[in-house]
Design a protein around this ligand. Structure first.
Ligand code: MRU
Length: 344
């Protein structure tokens, strides 16, 4: 079994502290929704589906923390907790999705006891469903990959970015489990090395053949026929097929087009934002110190100006297919995505 990133146990939330990887595999236990908000903000937990479920667990903790005796009082406590959790990170749509689902569940219950029980059960179910949908996505997506393929991935869209199994890495796992010989090339993914710290750690932990490259070697590996296909995750996908994912994804996709290499995205339906347009999506800007140093070591002069966006947008024309737990959307995406939603 691959790693379990976030879990509900004895009325508390247990998470792998991803800031400590790959040096130590440490678990943290939280009983206060404010701790969950801080964990999301500081990347203790990260990856779109994982923060969606963490937000839901945060609301479940809030319901238990509140000493409200009336439904109205508890709902206003939950709405305040939702606001605090929502404001932690702006780009991944799964966070809003998870929070909205739990607020809906709470709204439907009649008494405070029912609310507490129902939100805990609903958030636990959301965590279980996440693993199931990743496994379905993996099975569906694995058909796109052949024996002896070397697959490039960017950032970490693995078990560590979800509750378990992973989206892009779930597809890779499923291809391997179906008996295909699969190798992986992981980009290091500057600035906080989600690729080298997390993807390389996770694949090595699970015995999958992985080679690490600097982000700057993407063109080299493609030009030298070292990559057959690419699969990445997503933080938000618009109805038009515009994909928001970790900074650098756009460069990988552009380079893939140049070299005629299929570029796939794997994400659950909870990552789709069917309402927004590109100009509505907020790209998170992170602190300068992520770029001016590596760990404690300074690698840039003091006072330098820094631009540090966490995500970029890959336009639909660079994407060969979007793998979901309900099927694969192919160009043109506006139609195929609509059909996926209509069928579900
Ligand atoms: O900043 P992060 O680590 O939360 O960014 C994560 C990514 O960009 C992942 O690729 C994305 O969330 C997909 S996770 C299944």
């Amino acid at each position: 079994m691959s790693l379990k990133t976030v879990e509900w146990k004895n009325n508390s939330v247990i998470m792998i502290d991803q800031t400590k990887l790959p040096n130590t595999l440490e678990f943290v236990t939280y009983t206060d929704f404010n701790q969950i908000a801080e964990a999301i903000r500081t990347l203790v937990v990260r990856g779109a589906p994982a923060i969606g479920v963490s937000g839901a667990f945060g609301l479940a903790l809030a319901a238990l923390q509140s000493d409200a005796t009336e439904k109205d009082e508890l709902m206003s406590y939950l709405k305040n907790a939702k606001k605090i959790l929502f404001e932690t990170r702006p780009t991944a749509v799964n966070l809003a999705w998870g929070l909205d689902k739990i607020i809906q569940v709470a709204n439907q219950a009649d008494t405070v006891d029912e609310i507490r029980n129902d939100v805990v059960e609903a958030s636990k179910k959301m965590a279980e469903d996440d693993i199931q949908s990743n496994m379905s996505m993996g099975k569906i997506g694995s058909e796109l990959f052949d024996d002896n393929d070397t697959i490039m991935t960017h950032c970490n869209a693995g078990a560590l970015a979800t509750v378990g199994y992973g989206t892009a890495l779930g597809v890779i796992r499923a291809a391997k489990e179906s008996g295909k010989n699969i190798k992986v090339i992981a980009t290091e993914t500057r600035p906080v090395q989600q690729g080298s710290r997390l993807t390389a750690f996770e694949l090595k932990h699970d015995g999958i053949d992985v080679s690490l490259i600097p982000d700057t070697a993407v063109g080299y590996t493609m030009a030298n026929d070292l990559v057959n296909k690419i699969v990445v995750g997503a933080d938000r996908i618009l109805r038009t097929g515009h994909v928001y994912n970790k900074i650098g994804t756009y460069q990988v996709a552009t380079m893939a087009k140049q070299h005629n290499i299929p570029f796939y995205v794997a994400a659950p339906l909870s990552t789709f934002d069917m309402k927004s347009n590109p100009q509505d999506v907020i790209i998170e800007q992170r602190k300068a110190s992520e770029v001016t140093g590596i760990g404690d070591k300074k690698t840039a002069p003091d006072g330098i100006n820094v631009i540090n966006p966490a995500f970029d947008m890959t336009p639909p024309e660079l994407i060969s297919g979007i793998i979901t737990e309900k099927g694969i959307a192919k160009p043109s995406f506006e139609d195929s995505i609509k059909k996926l939603f209509e069928a579900n």
